[in-house]
Each structure stands twice: as C-alpha cells, then as structure tokens.
Design a protein around this ligand. Structure first.
Ligand code: HEC
Ligand code: HEC
Length: 149
C-alpha cells in the first residue's frame, strides 16, 4: 500500500506510561486554550502521539504503523499551520440518520472512534466530550478532527 518511510523519522523512541508523570506540561494542570504554540507542539509530540497511537494501531496495525502528526493533521502538518479539522479525513454526516450507512459500512471504525478515539482525545485536551443533547461550544467531538457536512 502506501509506503511513507520518511515518517519513520518522526517515530520517537519515547514511550510514556500511565504511572509516570506527564512527559510534557499540558491538561489538566495547564489548560489547552492557555498553552503557547511551542507548548502545544511539545505536548502533541510527547503525550498525544504516544497515547493515541495504540488506539489507531488496534484498528489497523498496517495502516497506522507510521502513525504520527500527519495521520491527524494531513496537509496542515506539511504547511505547519496544524489547523483542524483536517479536510482530508472522511467528511461526516451532520445528522444521526446520516450515520446509519456509516454504521453499516464502517462499523468497527465508528465504534473505535466513538468509544475510544474521541473520548481519549478530549481527555488529553482537557475538554468536555461533545454531547448532541447538550452541545457546549468548547466541547471536543468528531468535528475536532473531521469536517461535518
Ligand atoms: C490523534 C490526532 C493528533 C495527532 C497524532 C497530532 N495532533 Fe496536533 N492536534 C490534534 C487536534 C484535534 C488539535 C486541535 C485541538 C483543538 O481543538 O484546539 C491539534 C492541535 C495542534 C496544534 C495547535 C494548533 C493551533 O491552531 O493552535 C499544534 C501546534 C499541533 N496539533 C501539533 C502537532 C504535532 C507537532 C504533532 C505530531 C508530533 C501532532 N500535532 C499530532 C490532533 C492530533
Ligand atoms: C483525534 C482525531 C479524530 C477524532 C476525534 C475522530 N476521528 Fe475519525 N478518524 C481520524 C483519523 C486520523 C482517521 C483515519 C484516517 C486514515 O485512515 O488515514 C479516522 C477515520 C475515521 C473513519 C473511517 C474513515 C474511512 O475512510 O474508512 C470513520 C468512519 C470515522 N473516523 C468516524 C469518526 C466519528 C463518527 C468520530 C466521532 C465519534 C470520529 N471519527 C472522531 C481521526 C479522528
């Protein structure tokens, strides 16, 4: 499939373990919205990538063998804006009814995204999880990474 050996350069041999103190300052001690660009970069590299990689590898070990900044950020990694959401990711339907075909065709993905990826990313950012019944402006949901129709 896709061979992106260049990305191997970004595979840092630094693995964080739950019992150790965080590898970089960040939420919840330091609120994400107050963090500088440099602090965000370091937190992404030292905490987000090592914490999120196993969840993606569990979905598809081959596809996510080179998991890193570009997996989530896409082109915004290359132009260094790190803007999210990433337009290259699947554009999600805006309504629960629209999710039905996705649930049929992409069941395991949807399950992993809903029950593991979104909650963990929200926690790493120190943000509440977006809840359709009680939408909060600062909450983190699928739309934090994916565009929504
Ligand atoms: C698991 C997905 C994921 C990975 C992997 C990831 N990021 Fe992020 N990153 C995000 C999300 C989501 C946001 C937006 C958070 C928010 O809502 O403000 C973000 C935001 C950022 C920001 C802040 C952008 C801004 O506008 O202030 C920077 C800088 C950044 N990431 C750098 C990196 C770097 C460098 C790497 C690799 C070492 C990386 N990210 C890996 C998901 C990821
Ligand atoms: C932290 C960022 C992030 C969040 C939050 C997130 N996703 Fe994803 N999603 C991704 C990435 C990265 C991929 C894999 C893209 C790839 O294979 O390169 C993906 C893949 C998917 C796929 C499979 C797409 C395909 O082409 O096969 C579906 C479906 C999906 N996400 C749905 C969701 C839903 C629904 C939510 C909210 C419950 C969600 N995602 C939350 C980052 C995210």
């Amino acid at each position: 499939m896709r061979s992106s050996s260049i990305l191997l350069v970004f595979t840092v041999a630094c693995v964080s373990r739950a019992e150790k103190p965080p590898a970089a300052p960040g939420p919840p001690e330091l609120a994400w919205k107050t963090m500088s660009r440099d602090q965000r970069m370091t937190y992404m590299e030292k905490v987000v990538v090592p914490e999120m990689k196993p969840l993606f590898v569990a979905i598809d070990p081959k596809r996510f063998a080179d998991f890193g900044c570009r997996t989530c950020h896409g082109a915004s990694f290359d132009d260094k804006t790190f803007e999210m959401p990433n337009p290259a990711l699947l554009k999600l339907p805006a309504t629960p009814a629209g999710m039905i075909p996705l649930a049929r065709d992409k069941g395991p993905w949807l399950d992993a995204m809903t029950t593991r990826i979104k909650p963990k990313m929200a926690r790493l950012l120190g943000l509440a999880e977006y809840d359709v019944d009680h939408p909060q402006p600062d909450a983190f949901g699928c739309h934090g990474c994916h565009r929504v129709e």
